[in-house]
Ligand binder design. Structure first.
Ligand code: SAM
Ligand code: SF4
Ligand code: SF4
Length: 371
């Protein structure tokens, strides 16, 4: 019998209710600085380009929920590249400097390099190019790295949860081998998409024995390994606090074998804390969204595959920009609606996370909104 959390949650259920953005009577011209109720500017945009994936990572798209008859979004619901670029352009005028393409698996979206080329043509109000990144599971990267670089991508983050093949296959749950992801990382490096960040989600009892081997493997390379605390995103992964290995424990385990020193973050909005090897062997990052929330410096908005704007990864609903795009609203109206909703933003889910957060609270799935 399936446990309660494993019941199929349809997209219609977790995106409900999409809020209709308010278009203020008085339209405004963007100034390049938009702040929310906690004085956090809008600086980053994550765009999910597909809700589909060729992996079934146990912490993200568990196989018994994301079955072959799972109700993925129909093609007509997806934002077109033109629609995505229009939203991005409006948000860049409000201060967005970094865009990250994600998913699902973004390299599954047909012709994604065309979207990269279109986004790379955008400029900030000061005339600077954007920092344009992409997060991928690496399965198609060996084939696509050069085309992505040629299209104007700045850098990639590759997710890899283990070096041990059996452990990795258990995590991705589709029997995908480590070697092909490593080939993808090398191809991205050769194409100039570095420094490459490697994301490892740590789940207790699943891949924590891989913490030290992964650290050892990527030490003394140009790549930056980042350990991600397993998060309670969505409703389908059966998250429990006991499965989380706190970053402090990750650091302790590595430090015992390869001494580390903490170093300053480059920017306050950076999600990862940084530690360098004392022998000069490079650095690692720790993303501690469960044990050390970083909501006070969160400058990220997320655009879902079907054009809902989310102001928090843990939101239960988004703001329906697609409805505005498809009802002939002009850029000034959409821009003013975005300004109105960002100014009202008060999200700080991780900071407020408590042991008694109701398990039934509806949250959007990671594969829909992107990480
Ligand atoms: N498919 C791509 C990939 O895996 O890199 C991009 C999308 S994936 C949702 C983005 C990132 O979210 C990945 O690094 C993944 O490991 C991470 N992620 C997914 N579910 C997570 C969870 N429950 N806790 C922490 N990180 C998670
Ligand atoms: Fe797919 Fe990425 Fe989620 Fe894994 S983490 S199932 S690769 S979207
Ligand atoms: Fe940002 Fe929400 Fe994550 Fe806090 S919980 S860091 S507000 S996305």
């Amino acid at each position: 019998m399936k446990s309660d959390h494993k019941k199929v949650i349809s997209i219609a259920e977790f995106r409900y209710p999409p809020a209709a953005p308010v278009i203020p009577a008085q339209l405004e011209t963007p100034s390049g600085l938009l702040t929310d109720t906690l004085a956090r500017p809008l600086r980053d945009l994550r765009i999910s380009v597909t809700d589909r994936c060729n992996f079934r990572c146990v912490y993200c798209m568990p196989k018994d929920v994301f079955t072959t008859d799972y109700p993925y979004l129909p093609h007509s619901s997806l934002l077109s590249f033109e629609e995505i670029v229009r939203v991005a352009q409006i948000l860049v005028a409000h201060g967005v400097e970094k865009i990250r393409l994600t998913g699902g698996e973004p390299l599954l979206r047909k012709d994604v390099e065309k979207l990269v080329a279109m986004l790379s043509a955008l400029r900030t109000p000061a005339g600077a190019p954007l920092d344009l990144a992409l997060t991928t599971n690496g399965s198609l990267l060996a084939r696509k790295a050069q085309a992505l670089k040629d299209a104007g991508l700045t850098r990639v983050t590759v997710s890899l949860d283990a070096l041990d093949d059996a452990t990795f296959r258990r995590m991705n749950d589709v029997d995908f081998e480590v070697a092909e992801v490593l080939r993808g990382i090398e191809a991205a490096h050769a194409a100039g998409l570095g420094p490459i960040k490697i994301n490892m989600v740590v789940k207790r009892g699943m891949n924590d024995a891989e913490i030290v081997p992964m650290a050892r493997h990527f030490k003394d390379t140009p790549h930056i390994l980042r350990f991600i605390e397993y998060m309670d995103v969505g409703n389908s992964n059966g998250w429990k606090m006991d499965d989380v290995i706190p970053s402090s424990e990750v650091v302790r385990r590595i430090h015992e074998q390869m001494p580390l020193t903490e170093i300053a973050r480059r920017q306050t909005s950076e999600t990862a804390s940084r530690w360098r090897y004392r022998d000069g062997g490079g650095e690692i990052g720790l993303v501690s969204s469960v044990t050390q929330a970083f909501c006070s410096s969160c400058t990220r908005a997320r655009l879902s595959t079907e054009g809902m704007l989310y102001t928090c990864l843990f939101a239960s609903g988004g703001h329906d920009l697609r409805a505005l795009l498809r009802t002939s609203r002009n850029d000034a109206e959409i821009s003013s609606a975005v300004a109105h909703l960002w100014r009202a933003r008060e999200d700080r889910y991780s900071a407020l996370r408590t042991a008694n957060t109701p398990a039934s609270a509806k949250r959007v799935e990671m594969s829909y909104i992107g990480g």
